[in-house]
Design a protein around this ligand. Sequence first.
Ligand code: C2E
Ligand code: MG
Length: 747
Amino acid sequence: MTPAAPGDPADAAAKAAAPRRSLATLQQQLFSYAQDLRDLMEQQSLLQQRYQLALQSHGSSTHSADVLLDAIPKTIDTYLVTDSQGEIVRASPGAQRAFASGGAELKGKFIWQFIHWSHLEIVTKLLAKFVGVGATGAVEQRKLVLLDRALPRAIIYDALVIPVRKLDRMEIVWLLRAEVQSGLSDIAIQKLMLTSSECAAGLFIADANGLVCGVNSAFSRVTGYSGADLVGENPRLLSSGRQDADFYRSFWAHLVEAGSWTGEFFNRKKNGRIYTERKTVRAVKNEKDETVSYINAMVEISHDESETQPRTNPAHHDALTGLPNRRLLEDRLTQAMANARDGSNKFCLMHIDLNRFKPINDEFGHQVGDQVLREVSARLQATVRQSDMVARVEGDEFVILLQNPVHNEDAHSIASSVLTALAAPVELADGKGLKLSVSIGCARYPLDGDDVATLLKHADAAMYSAKRLGLEFSFFEADSIVQPGPDMGADILLALERQQLHLVYQPQVTPDKFHQLRGCEVLLRWNHPLLGEVLPLTFIPIAEKNGAIVALGYWVLETACEQLSAWQKDGLLGLTLSVNISSRQLQDPQFAQRVSQILRTHGIKPSSLELEITEADAMQYLQDARSRLSQLRELEVKLAIDDFGSGYSKLSSLGSLPVQRLKIDRNFVRDLAQSSAARAMSECFIGIAATLGMDVTAGGVETQAQLDVLASQGCHLVQGFLTGKPMAADAFAAWARESGQAACDRA
Ligand code: C2E
Ligand code: MG
């Protein structure tokens, strides 16, 4: 949540809560497991003591996570237990309520799916650290932003992350406590909102930190903001800018002192219009006389037509939006740098660019383009603190000057608020909604530049970097500008959620004249919103590096098996699915079990699945590969060595793997027609396979001449553009029927 501006309601609310918070900061922030704990260290050591005691009393370390969970107080009802890859093996009812949409089971999903993109890296690093150290008993305490499916919105959690050992594997317990706690229960708020739905007065309830927990219908009618727009937000979203910091200070001072305030406020509706409301705000206290909520009741008394257009100075402000222009921004920057020379002051620049703004202008005309820019500027202004500045520097480009971000997370959090604020479609005159997307680049002062021009340039470069990589947000990093960075892996998981990934299927046929269809290779595609179709060779290595491949790999398997099952029901029988897997997937001790479970779920015979592992992977991770492949083999799943010929296998090693097929690397196939050396190689590969009792598939077959050579050498199956390109599922099914018919005709 965006930190509050000095002088605005949330800031004052935070200050009002300050004495209480300062006493309890450590206790509350870092899981107050028991009321009598004084500080974090005590809490952690107590937790560990309890854990050890519980372990001893159970006399076994085989159910460590269970023991740990038994040891914690029942007040913590939101926790997840994952394996070392982030797969959820257990979820508390509280977690189930918070993260599962539509009652879906959390078990079997990956924690990544519920982590806000800006915090994925933290989780990746945590998991890597635990796996690397193999530590148990270590406790990490972090703030994590998770996506609450029920509301839906991002919520900051205090997370205590504890690795424990269960038999031969590691489990990780994530104890979670939402940072923003409402003083009134959700049920109480819902009841209040329901009973007040017919009420003429607009009503909203805020929690002790001033964040909105609920609004009634009259409030939405007046302001244009729905509950979904406002819940979890800071009410300064409504701020008109007409009241100064002194006004808010005296408002809050009175409210804290007297427990209620009545008077007039100028606020701004969702459509940008300023209106006057008469309102009463009352603080709700608990039995200890602490404020737990604020109830705001209001009626509109007038609105001011003249205020729909901003009042600005044309030399320093942009005429369309009324925002400061580049010149004013540069002045402010120069000033901020002068103030910051003693190192006491930090700030950062966020360069925000609307994606695909030009097509909006072209398709809907300039009037709509202008409306979009005005709406974006209003939303940006409503998102930042009063001490920050939003400027329009170019057509569809905005810059936020963000004062005093203490950590990178602060910038992340503002960026996340900006993205949330811009996520709602812009309503056009014909009632249709226009969805926007933006790329945000961030440069920090003085880290990323210590003069105005450099800092602006680097914020711009970071924005381009984000755009190029299809990310929503990126910090400036000198070397991450042209290369897809590790963040792309996190983006892939997001892509999974946003259904930007799909599979294509490439036929594998006999090399004879009948080209009988035997199966297909499953290939992953990413329909990237900016980059178009991204091929796996671009993103798989990144996903392998940061571990995202594990979740991705299960999704591929699950989707492909579901597809095969659908085909089988449609009468397309006898096909084998060849699915590529990475060595990282084989490192998951549960892999064979999961594969078996997926096959069972979709009613697929294990022998209808062939898993391809590249020769290089198989040789590099021989130990892991051998034991995991043996487990798979026991299931009767088929195994193939992919890209054979490129990885310099030792024959003895190859022979020790339980594989049934070699796939000849397409680099060898390419030269078959012209080069006798290439022909000798492929003949040799087919000979090796025969010696080891394996079949051979040749990939990348593009010409009849290549096919003829392979057929004459006794290759069992071919795959390539000549006999069939990778196709979407429907096209593949149609192709399969046609080719089956053609084979019959040829016979
Ligand atoms: P691969 O397993 O060797 O897959 C065959 C690649 O050759 C595919 O590229 C396919 O489109 C391409 N290809 C097929 N026929 C021809 C041809 O006649 N000529 C040429 N020039 N190319 C042909 P794609 O789809 O780009 O995949 C590249 C690699 O990415 C795959 O190589 C595989 O190693 C990896 N990959 C693809 N999908 C997955 C996946 O779901 N999981 C994992 N772990 N890796 C995957
Ligand atoms: Mg392959």
